[in-house]
Design a binder for this molecule. Structure first.
Ligand code: MLT
Length: 377
């Protein structure tokens, strides 16, 4: 099974793999059910398909409240989840997602540890991914996982079903398929800049086929009304049928363009760049990013005052380097990263059940401040 290590013994590997395959055949509804608790609340954040606009609003309100409280009463936040611990399990490389999860955990007072280099773990002795996961889960209340397998989100939920541990999973990127917390931060960044996303037009440029950021992001956009999405890529990197069908069924107007960026920045609300995901290709460095998909200062000039430019990073040649030296509030590359830390704090607070406390605390601080201001007048 795709990039999951089932152990050294072929017979045992085949046995476990067939049990997992059985779980997969149950389909998306059974999978979603496995990600919710008995009250229907999401207990694992593994797929963008499990979100509703209501939940995104809850996370946004919690994020904003936590952000403001951190300036007024950071110890309140730090006291919330002091008794919880999380493992950040990142066998696949990461800078932003890893650090922003780690900082989010720290803001909420969560105890945290990490495994990043499998050469230092028992995987190097032939331990299967299944045993590794169950072992790790014995010590924590949550695991943030990033893995090159497309199925790793499913795999972790399945593995935890076989255990009694009440552990929460946060998918920090699984293969080419899902990156739900990146989608949450992108959705948040878009809403903070544009207001409602109903009726908006978004252009994804670059590797539409293999970007998990696009796959999860498009699914969240599909929750809105009258959204149009342009997928701008050469035919060999065009959006996969599964994503296209999923979002079309939910009412998104899909446009596939293979002629480069052209004049699109003049009329879309969001320009979203992605790099070539060549780590999933045949021989990495042989792939070349198409010249007509480089976002230039001319494209920036074309953009309306209210539209934005985004990139999940890391960036390479997708954006003309001079844009790094232009101070323009429509360029959201860096602000989005900070949003990532706070939306991850908001998401973790929701999953660990302290989101309401955070929103209530902010409401009471706000009332107190308004009262003080009135008294001063
Ligand atoms: C990812 O993990 O998918 C990143 O955030 C985007 C990328 O690597 O291009």
């Amino acid at each position: 099974m795709d990039k999951i290590y089932w152990g050294a013994d072929a017979g045992l590997a085949a046995y476990h793999r067939s049990r997992f395959e059985e779980f997969l055949t149950a389909g998306p509804e059974a999978f979603e059910k496995a990600c919710r608790d008995e009250n229907g609340r999401l207990k694992h954040i593994v797929s963008a398909e499990h979100f509703s606009l209501d939940l995104l609003k809850t996370i946004r309100d919690t994020t904003n409240a936590a952000r403001r409280i951190s300036k007024m009463d950071p110890d309140f936040l730090k006291g919330l989840l002091r008794h919880k611990s999380v493992l950040n399990y990142f066998p696949q490389p990461s800078t932003r997602t890893f650090l922003s999860f780690s900082r989010a955990e720290s803001k909420l007072g969560i105890q945290r540890e990490e495994v990043r280099d499998l050469k230092t773990s028992s995987t190097a002795k032939g331990e299967s991914d299944l045993d590794a996961l169950r072992t790790q889960s014995s010590f924590y209340e949550g695991m943030v996982v990033r893995h090159p397998s497309d199925l790793y989100g499913h795999f972790t939920v399945w593995a935890m079903q076989n255990s009694r541990r009440p552990l929460h999973i946060f998918n920090a990127g699984s293969g080419t398929k899902e990156h739900p917390t990146q989608a949450i931060l992108d959705h948040y960044t878009m809403e903070e800049s544009l207001g409602t996303l109903d009726g908006k037009t978004i252009a994804f440029y670059g590797d539409c086929l293999r970007s998990r950021v696009i796959h999860s992001g498009a699914r969240l956009l599909a929750l809105h009304k009258d959204v149009t999405i342009y997928f701008v890529a050469p035919d060999s990197l065009q959006i996969d049928t599964e994503t296209e069908e999923y979002i079309t069924r939910r009412g998104v107007t899909v446009r596939k363009i293979n002629t480069g960026i052209g004049e699109l920045p003049a009329f879309v609300d969001v320009n979203y760049m992605t790099r070539l995901q060549d780590e999933y290709g045949a021989g990495s460095q042989s792939e070349k990013y198409p010249a007509d998909l480089v976002f230039t200062k001319d494209h920036l000039r074309m953009m309306s005052e209210t539209s934005i430019l985004m990139h999940p990073m890391p960036k390479r040649e997708e954006i003309e380097p001079c844009l790094d030296y232009i101070d323009d509030k429509r360029i959201m590359l860096w602000r989005a990263q900070r949003n990532g830390m706070w939306t991850r704090a908001g998401t973790m607070a929701y999953v660990f059940g302290v989101d309401e406390q955070i929103r209530d605390k902010y409401a009471s601080l706000e009332t107190r401040i308004t009262k003080m201001m009135k008294q001063r007048k």
